[in-house]
Design a protein around this ligand. Structure first.
Ligand code: CMC
Length: 430
């Protein structure tokens, strides 16, 4: 809170609204009393200037290319930390002590199995179902299996539900993948860490031993960190809105997964990879760059540009480095798609069109190449994103439930439809 206020003038009337101070980034004008005092609503489709909540979890400075979780820069977390530490940080606000870290890892590790009855749910889906369709259904169904953690007024149940989702999402995601491949489900193992366990559940088969490549496990863990949270984006806002009605946490996370599925949000990494394949060879780059700049052509450089980042996406730099590590570990010394990506990035960053509009590579530019090299089919890319983002959604959901100012979300509208008119029987309609 500050003693500053903003004055709005409508005709001859003046109205004062308090300004609240942010610890970083723009302050906000509290217009909660606007309707009561002026009989007017605000209008901001896409929420470009609207803060829908107060949050202490994640901060983004899009102009500077900064992403902080609880104050810690994403590059430090990705280079020095691990995913479960990041989960703890997002949920509890501080990095864990050694004892806390061990306890948290143990609790997550020992909740990775899912109720055995859930196997029948998977078998009800068509084999060619999109794994995101399975994710939406199966994660929502957790509320039908874990009744003892759906009371949102009980802090203990909230935490149990949170841990269950962080622990079980990799199992569910791997099962969605195995089901689509027609392969048997692989159960989790408690002697593997979070990322290695996930890779094993995806790629092991009962017929032979499977050794997890430690470089790939490290890369997977880092990819999870990079996707863990991203402030009030569309899927996170969906989770908050669903949760604001008091819906149980499993249902809220399923709502977030449904929102993430869209190509403008979680689906862009798939589109970026497809684009790189379509370009095929570096000599075709000028042709595609020309198309991206042509306003009469709907083609855009996928993996470029961001609503918030008007600078290099800090996650993209780490993703690029991870991409090189993964290809190196797999002995892929000459990947023509990586050559196209690197040359395209260079050309675009030197191009006046992209420079003038602050269009830089975003996280999706290199993630598709990396995940593909690790063996994931493109349909799984958004599934991996949802797995990693689950902790961010849960942290934001928990913060909302614990916020004393929380009320059910209920946006207003600018109504431009018909005014009141009388019903006509069908025989009188022209
Ligand atoms: N290629 C060519 N031109 C572009 C691109 C692009 N990728 N992105 C933006 N522009 C142009 C756009 O045409 C506009 O030009 P002008 O000012 O001449 O009309 C200008 O740059 C501003 O773009 P905008 O559409 O107003 O920006 P936005 O904030 O509405 O869109 C975006 C952001 C991410 C949807 C867009 O940049 C885009 O479509 N990028 C490609 C898709 C993509 O990579 N999405 C992943 C986002 S990161 C994942 C996540 O965090 O969820």
């Amino acid at each position: 809170m500050t003693d500053k206020s903003a004055t709005l003038t409508i005709g001859s009337e003046k109205y004062d609204f308090p300004i609240y101070e942010a610890s970083l980034g723009p302050d906000v004008i509290d217009i909660g009393a606007l309707y009561k005092n002026t009989d007017k609503f605000t209008y901001d489709p896409g929420f470009t200037s609207t803060a829908a909540c107060e949050s202490a979890i994640t901060y983004i400075d899009g102009d500077e290319g900064v992403l902080l979780h609880r104050g810690y820069p994403i590059d430090q977390l990705a280079e020095k930390g691990d995913f479960l530490e990041t989960c703890y940080l997002l949920l509890y606000g501080e990095l864990p002590t050694a004892a806390q870290k061990e306890d948290f890892s143990h609790r997550v590790t020992y909740h990775t199995m899912i109720h055995d009855q859930m196997h029948f749910l998977f078998r009800g889906f068509r084999r060619d179902a999109h794994p995101m369709a399975i994710m939406v259904g199966v994660v929502g169904s957790l509320s039908a299996f874990y009744h003892d953690s759906t009371d949102i007024t009980d802090p203990h149940q909230r935490m149990v539900a949170s841990l269950r989702m962080i622990a079980k999402l990799p199992t569910i995601a791997a099962m969605a993948y195995k089901y689509s491949q027609g392969q048997p489900f692989v159960y989790p193992r408690n002697d593997h860490d979070y990322a290695a366990n996930f890779l094993r559940m995806c790629f092991a088969v009962p017929a032979q031993e499977y050794e997890v490549n430690p470089v790939l496990a490290k890369a997977m863990d880092r990819i999870f960190i990079l996707h863990a949270d991203h402030e009030q984006n569309a899927s996170t806002s969906t989770v908050r809105l669903a949760g604001s009605s008091g819906a149980n946490p499993f249902a809220c996370i399923a709502a977030g997964i449904a929102c993430l599925w869209g190509p403008a949000h979680g689906g862009a990494n798939e589109a970026a990879l497809n684009m790189l394949y379509e370009i095929g060879t570096p000599d075709r780059i000028p042709e595609f760059v020309k198309r991206a700049k042509d306003k009469d052509d709907p083609f855009r450089l996928m993996g470029f540009g961001h609503r918030v980042y008007k600078n290099y996406d800090p996650r993209a730099k780490i993703m690029q480095q991870t991409c090189h590590e993964v290809l190196g570990a797999l002995g892929i010394t000459d990947d023509p798609i990586l050559d196209v990506a690197m040359e395209l990035e260079k050309v675009a960053l030197e191009d006046e069109y992209f420079k003038a509009r602050n269009l830089y590579p975003n996280i999706d530019f290199y993630s598709g190449i990396t995940l593909k090299a690790m063996g994931f089919p493109t349909e799984m890319f958004t599934v991996l994103f949802s797995l990693a983002r689950t902790v961010g959604w849960i942290a934001q959901w928990k913060e909302m439930i614990e916020d004393p100012n929380q009320r059910i979300g209920r946006p207003r509208q600018l109504y431009t439809g018909e005014t009141q008119r009388d019903y006509k029987p069908v025989s009188e309609r022209g």
